[in-house]
Design a protein around this ligand. Sequence first.
Ligand SMILES: [Zn+2]
Length: 369
Amino acid sequence: MSSSSGSITSLDTIIGQDAAVGLLRKILAGGRIPHAYLFHGPAGVGKWDAVLAFSRTLLCTDDGAAEQGAPCGRCRSCHQVAAASHPDFYRIGLYPKKEFPKSPRPKEEIPPMALDFDPGEHELLTQVRIQQIRWLNTQASHPPAEGSRRVFVIDPADRLNPQAQNAILKTLEEPASRSIIVLVTTRPHALLPTIRSRCISIGLRPVDPLELAALLEEKGYTRQEAEIRSALSGGRPVAAETLDLPVMKSRRAGFLADLRALAASPAALAELPDMTRRILGDGELDLLEGLDMLQGLLRDVARCGAGMPRESLLHTDISADLVELARQISPDRAGELVALIDRLRLDLRFNVNKSLLAETVLAELARPR
Ligand SMILES: [Zn+2]
């Protein structure tokens, strides 16, 4: 890892998150730092980068760091964070199954894995357990080992089981002055309202696709690939760079074919199980990604139907297909479906039956007019 300040993650290097970054800067410059945060936003939007930039700045011992919203990149603390060895910076997450005690003693406290632990092939527990939070609670009451603060990140916070959520509440209610707790989640609604209300909410959103495409181009992608990655990621910067291009393209092609078939003839409803599976994907994140993609395609169809130019589309690389589809699906109809998906996405917060949800979208699409 380079020690030059230019390569260090700082709030300056986070693009397209003006609201979140502005709030973090204000907090850092304000002097009295609140003790609890909830970073939330879709997978691949860059939450960890934002948490890292914020934490590094908090822990940096350079006098100007907080005011400028950027770690110096040179002090001992900055080097330790970069080397994942800072004694006051911890990330509490899903434990590898094999490493976690089978039957922990009643009051056992279990420290987190190293900051640079790579889950890789490890089979992970599905929940963050109370023993991990007990460790945090004890540690949070201790003064920092080196600097002026300690930072404890819980990620993914929505996997805190009910006992663990209740255990963290106490620390959130009676904070130790120099311990900062940062919760990170794609599903803030899965946390107790009492937890959410005690945290400063830092929301990260998908970035404008044009802005993201330009950024990817700067990073060395060809114009065409930058546009495709931006569109397929739905504006999520980390996802745009890590997504599997052939897999995502084929998923999109599947959706296009479904839209075409259903718009042409409700008889295609016979293929509903296959289509439903395609939307559901593999787990909730996949489903959300699928709904985003469907909405993106429908918005493009509406734009084509309204005669807007190719440049106004998200999925410019398949503009011919979208123009074709716009002959079957009117802009109004496409708009209705986009709104319907918005409503269904909200329903997802309440553990609705996900297959039913996907079928509702498809059935609506095939409804005769
Ligand atoms: Zn520093």
